[in-house]
Design a protein around this ligand. Structure first.
Ligand code: ATP
Length: 354
């Protein structure tokens, strides 16, 4: 007969209403999201927001107070069910998830494999080749660089073909120069093998680079989930926007469906008349010119190589604004320029204290 085929957009991981407290700390509160088969989702958030606790509950290392977890359609955790980590179809890669020091590279990679020795050997050989470590099978972990160890840890986790890879800051311990190479190798391998991944990171750039989707957490809660571009272009609030770049913020009151500011009036759809609102503009969208826009006095201008950072104060005596302009643009300190907001680039949010 025909077996039911899983649709590609089927979730590999489903998390619902997950909660976990530590004493008085609600580490994870009502968190729910899905990870689609073959995709990478990054859990992004500041230190202490509950990312690792969420990941550890999915791995089965931490027990939730309540909530449901399904992997590949199978309940891992529900009322009356709690599968221990070793029975979950997951691969784990943590920042401090060390290799077994007394086993050589081949034995480390083959550690979780079952079946005939020849098959295991082939699988190990194939994976070592894929990450450019073919000649390393008989070396020991202490003979490897940090980047090489990390690649071995990655293929060790991938070797048994887990349904889901769980990665917690896997590239965190590598220095910048190494990190890019290891990250690219990991990304290629995960893509080629069609592996579904949930990865924890505090680095927004890494989340944008690695994730098909990003789930942003703050204070134990999930604030926004979506493709990187959505989070960047349509952040749910100022906090999410602030993750991805520095921001210019102007306060105002909603009147006639708009917020009037020193940089002009901006539509405030969905905000209550008379309420307080914030207009948020990324520095690369605040464009200095000689002619058009609001007058501003140059306080400081610095050339950063790829771009220039120009700090101005809105006249008269207004807020300090930052503009980022491609190339070398250095207006004289104290000179008067004008600031215009790139069309459609202002983001308007309800003020927290409105
Ligand atoms: P980091 O990036 O620093 O690891 P995180 O976002 O992963 O942060 P968690 O490690 O999940 O955050 O921690 C969430 C909250 O729960 C924090 O306030 C933390 O202090 C607390 N917490 C985590 N584990 C425990 C524990 N075993 N006992 C008590 N409190 C804990």
């Amino acid at each position: 007969g025909l077996a039911a085929q899983a649709a590609p957009q089927d979730p590999m991981l489903e998390v619902e209403a997950l909660c976990r407290r530590f004493g008085d700390t609600p580490a994870v509160q009502d968190v729910g999201f899905r990870v689609v088969r073959g995709q990478v989702t990054c859990l992004l958030g500041p230190s202490g927001c509950g990312k690792s606790t969420t990941l550890r509950m999915i791995a089965g290392i931490e027990q939730p107070d309540s909530g449901r977890i399904r992997i590949d359609g199978r309940p891992m955790c529900d009322t009356g069910t709690f599968l221990p980590p070793e029975r979950r179809p997951v691969g784990l890669m943590f920042q401090d998830f060390a290799l077994f020091p007394h086993l050589d590279v081949a034995a480390n990679v083959g550690f979780g494999l079952q079946g005939p020795a020849a098959d295991r050997r082939n699988r190990v050989g194939e994976l070592l080749e894929r990450v450019g470590l073919s000649g390393y099978a008989t070396k020991y972990p202490h003979e490897l660089s940090g980047g090489e160890q990390q690649r071995v840890a990655l293929i060790r986790a991938l070797a048994p073909r887990p349904c889901l890879m769980l990665m917690d800051e896997p590239f965190c311990s590598l220095d910048n120069r190494l990190r890019d190479g290891v990250r690219d190798a990991a990304l290629d391998l995960l893509r080629e093998t069609g592996t579904t991944v949930l990865m924890v990171t505090h680095d927004p750039e890494e989340a944008m680079l690695m994730g098909h989707r990003i789930a942003v957490m703050r204070k134990g809660r999930l604030v926004q989930e979506g493709p990187p571009q959505d989070l960047y272009d349509r952040p749910a609030d100022r906090g999410v926007a602030a993750f991805f770049s520095d921001l210019n913020t102007l306060a105002g009151r909603v009147s006639g469906g708009r917020v009037e500011t020193a940089l002009g009036a901006f539509p405030a759809p969905g905000l209550i008349e008379g309420s307080r609102a914030e207009v948020v503009i990324r520095p690369q969208h605040l464009i200095p010119s000689h002619m058009d826009g609001a007058p501003a006095r140059v306080e400081r201008a610095r050339y950063l190589g790829r771009e220039s950072l120009i700090e101005t104060r809105l006249e008269p005596g207004g807020a300090l604004m930052k503009s980022r302009v491609p190339g070398l643009v250095l207006p004289a300190q104290g000179s008067l320029i004008h600031l215009a907001v790139q069309h459609g680039a202002a983001m308007v949010f309800a003020s927290k204290d409105s």
